[in-house]
Design a protein around this ligand. Structure first.
Ligand code: FAD
Length: 384
């Protein structure tokens, strides 16, 4: 008799791996299929490891708060060091307009119970010595946000998933979904055909193509971003710095120092660079270096080890797409994670388990409304 799983997950990345662990740990049979050779080889390993709950929407806040609980207790719970660091996030303001906007958003975030406050310029400089004071008006500071290594977390989560019984098939691109009677009855790869009660699309930057195999279009588009990492140096930084000012050809930049002492950094290009091209560019490093040195001059002496390029799987409004499709009885999406798939992963995995098994928490309806695949996509998340 052919084997059938409770869940097939397409994609073993920031979402697929925590989902596999969650379902397997709770006794469900799971198969994860990925076209690449091992877990986390898509966009997951491109993430710089920033983790925050300080968003502008309660749904996203709730999921990320749960993720932070999981990341911050991972070592006690599962024994592996994932380089969790409770360094916090900061959004310094250099213009009156930015200060007003950040303070307004902070009020909303505080009303959702988030630990975030306004620091004077002097208080902020104590936390992030070396930050330029010229024009600095102060900064938000959210001490419970943090960072961890996507490489270490996803590997650890993968080994836990396998220990709990999840199966993984690598080097096997999914090429088709067979639909009969309003359901997906099998998932076809270049190598085999697999059966399952439910199917989850967690294919990241390729989520639209996978969804189209089921005849459903979803607005997820690959948006290229570059990042880099320095040599390790003695700890000198406090919270992650998110400089929201526009630069020439760039929107925000963000950087922090990890537990190894390396400074990890990323820039949002302006205009966006759509499409999947993983070749790093020669313009990225000079551009971001100029911006980082302008805000923290001491960084001029730091040596950069490497840079890389990956994609945010973006949606038009900056919110993920998570939930069951109306067109097919057993097809779920957990896609469109934008620049936050790593931080959303563990919380989303639990949300999906509750959705698939119909064991909802009281807050889930609100979260699923924010992430609803059938929304108008007309709103805008403030910092995607
Ligand atoms: C430079 C950069 C910095 C970032 N920094 C952060 C950060 O600090 N914090 C944060 O939270 N996020 C960050 N992100 C975003 C984060 O990396 C993504 O949101 C996240 O990895 C998306 O997770 P995912 O599981 O949807 O996709 P992925 O992790 O890419 O996983 C999808 C998987 O699906 C597989 N797949 C696709 N199509 C098929 C198919 N047909 N058959 C089989 N397998 C398939 C892929 O091979 C891949 O392994 C950053 C991204 C970039 C590029």
């Amino acid at each position: 008799m052919k084997k059938s799983y409770d869940l097939i997950v397409i994609g073993s990345g920031s979402i697929g791996v925590p989902v596999a662990k969650e379902f397997a740990q709770r006794g469900q049979s799971v198969l994860v299929i990925d076209s690449l050779s091992s877990p986390g080889q898509g966009q997951d390993k491109k993430a710089i490891g920033g983790i925050r709950a300080t968003h502008s929407d309660r749904g996203k806040i709730l999921v990320c708060q749960r993720s932070i609980e999981i990341f911050s207790h991972w070592k006690e719970l599962y024994g592996d060091d994932i380089q969790w660091k409770s360094n916090g996030y900061s959004f310094p303001a250099y213009t009156e307009k930015d200060e007003d906007m950040l303070r307004d958003l902070m009020k909303i975030q505080q009303s959702f119970g988030l630990n975030i406050r306004w620091l004077s310029r002097e208080e902020y400089r104590e936390l992030n010595p070396g930050i330029t004071m010229k024009g600095l008006r102060g900064s938000t500071y959210s001490p419970e946000d943090g960072s961890a290594s996507p490489l270490l977390f996803t590997q650890s989560c993968y080994f836990k998933a396998v220990e709990y019984g999840a199966e993984f098939r690598f080097n096997e691109p999914v090429v088709g979904l067979t639909i009969e009677g309003g359901k997906i009855i099998s998932v076809k790869t270049e190598i085999g055909v697999y059966h399952s009660a439910n199917v989850l699309n967690a294919a990241g930057a390729y989520a639209r193509e996978v969804s189209q195999m089921a005849g459903i279009d979803i607005p997820v588009n690959a948006d290229s971003h570059e990042a880099g990492i320095s040599e390790p140096v003695k700890p000198f930084m406090g919270p992650m710095v998110v400089d929201i000012r526009k630069g020439p050809d760039s929107k925000n930049i963000y950087f922090y120092q990890n537990t190894e002492g390396q400074v990890v950094f990323c820039l949002t290009p302006d205009p966006s660079v759509w499409g999947i091209d993983n070749r790093g560019t020669s313009i990225f490093l000079p551009k971001i270096a100029r911006r980082m040195i302008a805000i923290m001059p001491m960084l001029a002496n730091l040596k950069v080890r490497r840079t890389w390029r990956g994609q945010y799987p973006n949606t038009p409004d900056g919110f993920p797409i998570v939930g069951k499709m109306k067109e097919l009885d057993n097809f779920y999406q957990a896609v469109g994670m934008c620049g936050q798939g790593f931080m959303l992963g563990p919380g989303t995995a639990e949300l999906l388990y509750r959705s698939v098994t119909d064991t909802y928490d009281p807050d889930d309806a609100e979260v699923l409304k924010s992430f609803n695949p059938y929304r108008s996509f007309g709103d805008q998340e403030m910092f995607k």
